[in-house]
Design a protein around this ligand. Structure first.
Ligand code: GLU
Length: 378
């Protein structure tokens, strides 16, 4: 599957998110952070930084480090033990990053995110300005999920998708996932000696997704599956993604020197970043079922009016992301809905001119404005 496509060079990028997995950073057997490796990575970050590139780091390891420090038992942790471990481990992780970056004369800024910070538009805009400001001030954000308050229901769960959401939120042009494997293979290489490395993925096809499914059991905790999910989020928003091994010192220099990796290329221009945010919503809050005429109108570039909606599902609120489905049940796109579910229920199927009479207020004429909508390709 070698591809003739040319790949970009690291020097071409001006804003890069680097995701570092737990297993790379924390030596669980010895209960400590792998400092020589971290310092070699930070040396590479220093090179990018001095070149004017804005760098963000998504670092895992809080739970892994904290559970060792607190002597918690092996195996699945109870929710509150995981939260406590994260609280203790996060301090150690952040301090170590800050100290390592200080050697390169770079300041670190800790950013802990919860799911709502990327999924709710207002909070997303707020987190985005914080990141942009930090980078303007030439500090490197060290980002993780706020595992101390995350619950099993409300969490990203894996830092691959978190890193992709952060990369798209900050309009990064590259996301690097440092992993325990040097890219995507046609099958798990440890099990199948015929597995072939794939250097470039121009588009995440069903075939690529199937490879990730097959490889998941052999790979890191997030597995290849969450990495491909991250790839979908990133490339839909104009961010290229690269997976490579972090099991070497100076892993970024190794990429520059032509070390093996897999590139996931994006063909989307980042000017449609808002639409990508909508398309990549991790947790839509409901579904609007449209009639045929409404689907056709959307494809022509129109907004979605209440009249074109046959029925709806979900307990969404104004501003939430919802899925739009056509008469055959297929997903037509996603959008931010302009009404809470109970109000929406009252006006669907009605002409826009009836809204005031039905709700007692002169609400918006569209259920989903076309600027707030990302259509799936036909
Ligand atoms: N946020 C978790 C931690 O810092 C890691 C999640 C992951 O490894 O994907 O421990």
């Amino acid at each position: 599957m070698d591809s003739p496509l040319s790949v970009p060079a690291l020097a071409d990028f001006r804003r890069i998110v680097i995701k570092v997995g737990s297993a790379l950073l924390v030596d669980r057997d010895r209960g400590r952070i792998r400092l020589p490796w971290l310092y070699s990575l930070v040396e590479d970050i220093g090179v990018l930084h001095r070149r004017g590139c804005q760098v963000m780091v998504v670092s895992s390891g809080s739970v892994g480090m904290g559970r060792t420090m607190l002597d918690l038992p092996p195996g699945q942790l109870k929710l509150e033990d995981g939260q406590a471990a994260a609280a203790v481990g996060q301090v150690a992780i952040s301090r170590t990053w800050a100290e390592a970056l200080a050697y390169q004369d770079i300041k670190a800024g800790q950013v802990l995110l919860t799911l709502g910070d990327t999924e709710e538009r207002r909070r997303y805009l707020n987190a985005r300005s914080t990141l942009k400001r930090l980078m303007k001030l030439r500090a490197v954000p060290i980002i993780n999920e706020n595992d101390t308050v995350a619950t099993n229901e409300i969490r990203y769960g894996d830092n691959d998708r978190l890193a992709a959401r952060v990369a798209t939120m900050a309009s990064a042009d590259l996301l690097i996932l440092l992993s325990d494997i040097d890219g995507l293979y046609t099958a798990p290489p440890a099990l199948n000696p015929k597995a072939e490395h794939i250097p470039v993925v121009p588009r995440i096809s069903a075939e690529i997704e199937a490879m990730a499914g097959a490889a998941a059991s052999e790979l890191s905790r997030g597995g290849m599956f969450t990495k491909i999910e991250a790839g979908k989020i990133a490339t839909a928003a104009g961010t290229h993604m690269l997976i490579t091994t972090g099991h070497v010192k100076n892993p970024l220099r190794r990429i520059q020197e032509g070390g093996r990796c897999t590139w996931f290329l994006s063909s989307v221009s980042s000017s449609s970043a808002r639409k990508s945010w909508i398309a990549g919503a991790l947790e839509p809050h409901g579904t609007l079922h449209l009639d045929k005429g409404a689907v056709e109108a959307l494809r022509r570039g129109a907004s979605l009016l209440p009249a074109g909606i046959r029925w709806l599902e979900g307990d969404f609120q104004r501003g939430d992301a919802v899925i739009l489905r056509g008469p055959d049940g297929g997903e037509v796109g996603r959008g931010l809905v302009a009404y809470d579910a109970p109000d929406a229920e009252r006006i669907i199927g009605h002409p826009t001119s009836d809204i005031e009479q039905l709700l007692g207020i002169k609400g918006r004429s569209e259920m989903v404005h076309r600027d707030d909508m990302a259509l799936s390709s036909e």
